[in-house]
Write a protein that binds this ligand. Structure first.
Ligand SMILES: Nc1ncnc2c1ncn2[C@@H]1O[C@H](COP(=O)(O)OP(=O)(O)OP(=O)(O)O)[C@@H](O)[C@H]1O
Length: 766
């Protein structure tokens, strides 16, 4: 059959499906209206149906029951309504693009071939007559997994094998089929090529129509407790994990909701960049946060080191070793061991004060804390202490209530104040003494409530002092020599920690251990609700941080995605990460998937940037062609600027997004200023709380993580700026942000980190 004929027949089919989708939309709209009307009716009728009976206990019970029932009915209507609204949203999307693929297959030789169409959601015009299958349905897997011929897929009843006869892809716009590709005509990659050739956007798009086989494995895995994805820059890790979240929500519908998923992102800017993907797939967004946000939220009194501070912090050799120690699992083990010793002695408390005077001294509190027998562990020890403190507080309040001073004060209150003191309390006191005691208590209770809150919130635990005490114990708990550290160097680190806390500051590497110790002392239980934790750019987490996160979500399965070659914070230490993870998750329940093909950049850019790495050989470029990267060696700053302006002009004509990526924020501020002075429209991205913008942006490397741009101009990749070997991963990360064009500008002498790159892979201008 000719291609035109195929297209025509397929269009007819699509038209029929769209007509049915439209009918369903109308029905859905009616349903939305109906459920809303029902809800309003229910609300309006409520006062008529409700008979308030409060005279007797059973009457009150009956009233409460009616209110509960009403609430339940309302909730049901609300759910129906939300469900219908969401469904309508998907139908509207499907009306424009009902499906993107068709598969013909035979279950066995003597059975009729079947045809299915695959789209964003499933759609049936009658029960069991599916016109479209959800891309996440078990059968849809064969579209992503294999070529023609025998292909297996996983069903709830086990593995099933079918013979795939036809695999057809459609490029659709507004209900019109633009192109049809049959993958047996060796144009399987055509659709992918089209997708990758598109312009960059300030929002990430879903990859549902072109998920690759390896990515499909990540998306559909339901076995592993730890799924670790090591993938080259641009290999689709982030894309795959978002598709995975959508898949899991579908697969466990009814048992899993988006509020039970959590995603740790590298920075807030990135969070914003990816927040459309799940809604585009018809799912609600999950909680997205950064590790910094998590720790800062839990440490309101301290200023946790920001991304920029962390990136730009200069460390001496021994500070680097201290950092390595504080990042390690050995340090975590030391924290746990130290906490255990606190069951016997050594806990640090602070005085609880009232009106500036000591109310419970720390010695008193400590005495209570250690008065319980050895069966009391940290958690119940603290609980029991709090209980006793509250009891003592109550006794003191009772005493104060009948004191002469308070009783005298009572004589002076106005009738209105008196009425307030009585509140709703029935006035059936046994005697006048009881009544005066009650009123006295009411009068002073507010003042004491502050103290009570302090007790409830564990304010009497001096965690900073405790952590400092712990740091001092560390040489007894682990071998400093293993971290090439002398005792003096360690003591210096303790002094620095103390100095910082005096200024209310804490380093990110201290935050995990500090919180861990606090959690152990107060016996904080993990969040049992969360079922899936996703961590993107995991190479920038330390083993300690991962261990800490793992303890926060004890019931969750973990998907960790990263590229050890892009460790811009943890640098080479990240190469050992996988080994360390082996200590946190059982190897039997761990699955490691490698993604080696890089989709983001043109072949020329990937071939160039992988050579910056010492071990980049296994990164495979995707065959999308473009120009060779350009390197420009400028003699002075003026030339740098002129060259950059020339590049920007080219892109502005094509309405492309260009990112000028500098090493530090200071450098970026300077470049942006200079460009603006020449009349250029540029957006400087200074903090992670900004939004990405179209056009030209100037962004420091540490914020460009995970993002991509049509063109990247690396600002000043000179020897002066990128010299040390530990900058290699940073340079690779920056270069690999480019989708279509990569330009590198350097002042005077190019960074030696490019020495490894084959000179035929780029154009050099001077
Ligand atoms: N199967 C696919 N179909 C279409 N586009 C894809 C596919 N896989 C990846 N891409 C595209 O490649 C680009 C890079 O993907 P993504 O950002 O998910 O990669 P990554 O591995 O997280 O990269 P990095 O580590 O550099 O942050 C995106 O534009 C994405 O849309």
């Amino acid at each position: 059959m000719s291609a035109d004929k195929i297209k025509q027949i397929e269009q007819q089919h699509m038209d029929q499906v769209i007509a049915k989708i439209k009918t369903a939309e109308a029905k859905n709209q009616a349903k939305i209206k109906q459920t809303k009307a029902d809800e309003q009716q229910l609300q309006a009728d409520f006062p008529n149906n409700l008979r308030i009976k409060t005279e007797t206990y059973s009457g009150m019970f009956e009233t409460a029951l009616t209110v509960r029932q009403q609430q339940q009915l309302l909730n049901e209507r609300q759910n129906d309504w939300q469900h219908a609204v969401r469904r309508l949203d998907i139908l509207k999307k499907m009306e424009r693009k009902p499906y993107f693929a068709r598969i013909d297959f035979q279950e066995s030789a003597n059975q009729q071939p079947e045809t299915i169409y695959i789209g964003l959601g499933s759609f049936a015009d009658r029960p069991d007559n599916f016109l479209i299958y959800d891309w996440r349905a078990p059968i849809s897997s064969i579209y992503y997994d294999g070529q023609l011929g025998k292909v297996s897929y996983q069903t709830t009843a086990g593995q099933q094998t079918v013979d795939v006869k036809l695999k057809r892809q459609f490029l659709v716009e507004n209900g019109r089929i633009l192109t049809v590709f049959d993958t047996d005509q060796t144009v399987g990659d055509q659709l992918l090529l089209e997708a990758l050739g598109e312009k960059s956007d300030t929002k990430m798009k879903s990859i549902v129509t072109t998920i690759q086989k390896e990515q499909n494995k990540i998306i559909r895995d339901t076995q592993a407790k730890l799924l670790f994805v090591q993938g080259a820059a641009g290999s689709g890790k982030t894309s795959a994990v978002l598709q995975r979240a959508a898949y899991l929500l579908y697969r466990y519908r009814g048992n899993l909701t988006s509020s039970q998923l959590i995603l740790f992102s590298p920075n807030q800017l990135f969070n914003d960049y990816i927040d459309q993907v799940l809604p585009d797939l018809g799912e609600q967004n999950m909680v997205q946060l950064t590790y910094y946000q998590y720790t800062q939220h839990r440490l309101p009194r301290l200023q946790v080191e920001t991304l920029q501070q962390r990136f730009e912090r200069q460390m001496t050799a021994s500070q680097l070793q201290v950092n390595r120690l504080k990042s390690s699992l050995a340090f975590q083990q030391a924290t746990l061991a130290y906490a255990k010793t606190l069951e016997i002695s050594g806990i640090c408390f602070r005085d609880l004060k009232f009106h500036g005077k000591v109310f419970f001294s720390r010695e008193q509190i400590q005495k209570i804390y250690y008065s319980f027998n050895q069966n009391y562990h940290l958690r119940n020890r603290l609980e029991a202490t709090k209980e006793r403190l509250i009891r003592r507080l109550n006794r003191r309040v009772d005493q104060a209530a009948v004191s002469d001073e308070v009783q005298k004060q009572l004589q002076t209150v106005t009738p209105a104040q008196l009425a307030e003191l009585y509140g709703n309390h029935p006035r059936n006191f046994q005697n006048a003494e009881q009544e005066m005691k009650f009123l006295g208590r009411q009068l002073i209770i507010k003042e004491y409530q502050q103290l009570q809150k302090k007790i409830q919130r564990n304010s009497f635990v001096n965690i900073t002092l405790q952590y400092w005490h712990f740091l001092k114990q560390v040489p007894q708990l682990l071998d400093l020599k293993q971290f090439q550290l002398s005792l003096t160097a360690w003591q210096q680190a303790i002094t620095e920690f103390k100095q910082r806390t005096l200024n209310h500051q804490i380093l990110l590497e201290d935050a995990a251990a500090y919180l861990q110790l606090y959690d152990l002392i107060i016996g904080k239980r993990g969040n049992l609700e969360i079922k899936q934790v996703f961590i993107d750019e995991v190479q920038d987490y330390t083993p300690y941080q991962l261990a800490f996160i793992q303890r926060q979500y004890p019931r969750a399965r973990f998907t960790l995605l990263g590229d050890l070659n892009q460790a811009i914070f943890t640098k080479k230490a990240s190469y050992g990460l996988l080994d360390q993870l082996g200590q946190l998750f059982s190897p039997a329940e761990t699955k490691v998937v490698q993604l080696t093909k890089s989709y983001r950049s043109t072949r020329q850019i990937t071939e160039f940037s992988r050579q910056i790495l010492e071990n980049g050989a296994q990164i495979e470029p995707f065959t999308r062609e473009g120009g060779r990267p350009q390197i420009f060696l400028a003699a002075n700053e003026e030339q740098m600027l002129t060259y950059a302006l020339k590049q920007l002009k080219k892109n502005q004509n094509k309405a492309k997004t260009t990112a000028i990526i500098g090493k530090t924020l200071a450098e970026c501020q300077q470049v942006a200023q200079q460009l603006i002075a020449t009349g250029q429209q540029v957006t400087l991205i200074k903090t992670e709380n900004q939004r990405l913008a179209q056009g030209t942006i100037v962004v420091p490397a540490f914020l460009a993580k995970g993002l991509e741009f049509d063109e990247v101009i690396v600002w000043d990749a000179s020897q002066a700026n990128y010299q040390a070997d530990e900058q290699r991963q940073l340079l690779y990360t920056i270069c690999s942000r480019a989708m279509h064009r990569l330009v590198i500008i350097a002042l005077k002498k190019l960074s030696p980190l490019f020495d490894r790159v084959d000179q035929n892979l780029y154009d050099l201008e001077k």
